[in-house]
Design a protein around this ligand. Sequence first.
Ligand SMILES: Nc1ncnc2c1ncn2[C@@H]1O[C@H](COP(=O)(O)OP(=O)(O)OP(=O)(O)O)[C@@H](O)[C@H]1O
Length: 266
Amino acid sequence: MRAVSTAETATTTHPWAVQAEALKVRAGRHLAVDGLDLRLATGVHGLLGPNGAGKTTLMRALATVLKPAGGRLTVLGRPVDGRADLRPARRALGYLPQHFGYYPRFTVREFVTYMAWLKEMPKVAIPAATQRAIDRVGLSAKADARLRTLSGGMLRRAGVAQAIVNDPQLLLMDEPTVGLDPEQRLDLRELLRDLGTDACVLVSTHLVEDVVAACTEVVLVNEGRLVWQGAPAALAAHGDDGHAGDSPAERGYSALLRRHRAAAAR
Ligand SMILES: Nc1ncnc2c1ncn2[C@@H]1O[C@H](COP(=O)(O)OP(=O)(O)OP(=O)(O)O)[C@@H](O)[C@H]1O
């Protein structure tokens, strides 16, 4: 694999990091994303939706792992249509999958270095970028520990480190808070807010409170479609005491989903 120059990896700005129109994506034979319209710019976007809503499938399509089955998708200015060269977009992407594969004998540093190399980062930049990513997720003390010796939460943070090592313009994180203790969750929220100041970050989670605390925008999906997109504070305004949830935002989430299901059943 060839190393690319710094100029080739230099930040290019796109008005929309993600543009999807009537997007369809299959998960196996199932059309898990089914006519989704979405635009994402710089900021932290919290992807919410019930089990099976299509969040993971959408993330995989945005990471260019899955090819759309219909509609249009543009990621960092590149159409994901089977024809365009996606390498420039992939170099500028960060992706934490829900379940990520790793070599258990790798140390944290080796793992993050290897991922930086796969992203075709300039060779000379890799050691410092790796150290910075490990420091940012709070794993400095474990940098030279083997992955098989880490706890679930530490492993998740190693996954976050590999996702951010290239300072991505588009960062996709599928349930990054799973396995983190309360203190680590707070640290991750802070990191997300920091990353979202100059990148587009999409984080899927089931924790509405994480979205309210760390995100500039909520993206709510159900049955493979966009239900609602807006500011966390506006989410709360949709619910009232008659809806399920422990907080105004959770009640807003329940209300919007209930309305979407009722409309779909008509
Ligand atoms: N390989 C597959 N084959 C068939 N159906 C699949 C496959 N993967 C996912 N699905 C189905 O596609 C739908 C969307 O799945 P997806 O994992 O994208 O949802 P999700 O919103 O991420 O769910 P969760 O919150 O449970 O992680 C679900 O109905 C799921 O059962």
